[in-house]
Design a protein around this ligand. Structure first.
Ligand code: CA
Length: 450
């Protein structure tokens, strides 16, 4: 399973880490779709034109990787034709005919504008509440409900076959591409060929390139419709080519697995992906909860899994006031914005959604959007909207200051992972604050004192 989410997705990573969430999530799962909605954030605006100034900046990347210097990018681009030819023998082993290989790659040139995206180092990140506001909007809820009604028969057939909640599939559809409006318009073969030959993710993208050739040769998706994000994720639910190979199904029975133009294939393939990743039929993704006074915030950690019954014994209650439907489910406690924000008990299906797109705020947006489509209300607890999310530089500074005070953060990387969170908790305890591990601006201010 490919594991390049970390470096490729600084924006999303910092988003969740800024929220005090785990990095472990980023090292697992299928990082297939986060690209589109991060670097082409879902919006209600029009789809940008296909020729929107897509040229390479000519700058070296910010990662410091030797393959991302401007000279290295130019040299790799100059060798692009030879590189493609070096990919032929493996393509042949996968049953691609020489005739098709030449046809598919004829006139292919690298899309170097992708290099800027690949190495983007955004200065700022979104707070979890801004992220949820954007993705769980009234428009997106209404659109999802309309699709659930319009394709009710298909969703019902999918649920009988795969046991996956229709609203969750609709929510993925809505978040990944704003229901197809932002599925991307870059030819997948060109994007994957570029990334297979230029830049620092060649190994990963060679596999995606070969898989794209297989899709084209088999004719599942017509070449002119095989377009997507800069990283090659395509269709309304943004399948990467390798994920397509693993999970796509032909649900309308026309002999093609068309996750771009066939709604039944899109719905069933997305559900099959979740099912194969461990979806538990009939279970929820999680519950918003309220915590009792004097709660031990050290329990709010991905590593601290307990049954709902055990959480209840600690005084944890559903925020809506209703009772938990099941008591033997195992859950962990998530505080996306620390002790001042909402709390959630997260179940197995939450982890499954994170395999689709490995970030906790993403999975929370999917789960909450699905609940809203079913008629659920907004979150009960409010977010600390006065809280300012730390910049990348401030995150480095936070780590360095923690290290200077003897708290172990590992190697400062600007990513606030489990070790840094633990260090923040220890620091918070040492100054008499609630040890929620949240990297607030107040924690940084306190570290700057003395
Ligand atoms: Ca089909």
């Amino acid at each position: 399973m490919p594991r390049f989410a970390h470096r490729l997705l600084p924006c999303l990573v910092t988003l969740f880490l800024a929220a005090g969430l785990g990095t472990a999530a980023l090292a697992q799962g299928t990082p297939q779709n986060w690209l589109t909605h991060l670097f082409q954030p879902p919006s209600t605006g029009p789809v940008p034109p296909a020729n929107d100034a897509r040229s390479w900046s000519g700058q070296s990347g910010a990662s410091g990787n030797p393959l991302m210097t401007a000279d290295a990018i130019r040299a790799a681009a100059a060798d692009f034709g030879n590189c493609i030819e070096r990919l032929w023998p493996e393509a042949a082993r996968r049953g691609i005919t020489r005739e098709n290989f030449e046809r598919f790659t004829a006139g292919l040139t690298p899309d170097l504008s992708i290099m800027d995206k690949l190495d983007a180092q955004p200065e700022f990140t979104k707070a979890p509440w801004d992220y949820l506001d954007l993705l769980v909007s009234d428009d997106r809820i209404a659109h999802g409900r309309a699709l659930l009604a319009q394709y009710a028969a298909t969703f019902a057939a999918m649920q009988r076959t795969y046991g996956v909640d229709p609203a969750i599939v609709a929510a993925i559809w809505g978040v990944e591409s704003n229901y197809g409006a932002l599925a991307g318009d870059r030819p997948v073969l060109r994007s994957t060929a570029t990334l297979a030959c230029v830049g620092r993710r060649r190994d990963y993208f060679r596999e995606e390139f070969w898989s794209t050739l297989e899709i084209l040769q088999h004719g599942d998706v017509p070449a002119e419709h095989l377009v997507g994000s800069w990283a090659g994720a395509f269709g309304p639910t943004q399948f990467m080519p390798t994920s397509f190979k693993r999970y796509a199904v032909d649900f309308d029975g026309d002999g093609r697995r068309d996750v771009v133009d066939s709604v039944p294939d899109v719905i069933a393939s997305t559900a099959n992906n979740l099912k194969m990743d461990g979806w538990i039929s009939g279970a929820s993704w999680g519950y918003e909860v309220v915590l009792p006074q004097n709660f031990d915030y050290l329990l709010a950690d991905r590593s601290k899994q307990m049954t709902v019954r055990q959480w209840e014994a600690l005084g944890v209650r559903r925020a809506t006031g209703s009772s938990f439907p099941h008591h033997d489910e195992r859950a962990y406690l998530l505080l996306p914005a620390g002790a001042r924000g909402p709390a959630f008990l997260m179940l197995q299906n939450f982890r499954v959604i994170m395999k689709y797109n490995p970030a906790e705020a993403y999975a929370l947006a999917i789960g909450h959007l699905a609940d809203r489509m079913r008629g659920g209300g907004p979150l009960v607890q409010s977010w600390p909207r006065d809280e300012r999310v730390l910049t990348v530089d401030e995150r480095y500074e936070l780590q360095q200051r923690l290290a200077q005070r003897g708290f172990n953060v590992g190697v400062p990387d600007g990513l606030l992972g489990p070790q840094t969170r633990l260090a923040i908790r220890s620091f918070q305890s040492s100054i008499g604050q609630i040890p929620d591990g949240f990297a607030s601006s107040e924690v940084l201010d306190r570290l700057r004192q003395q």
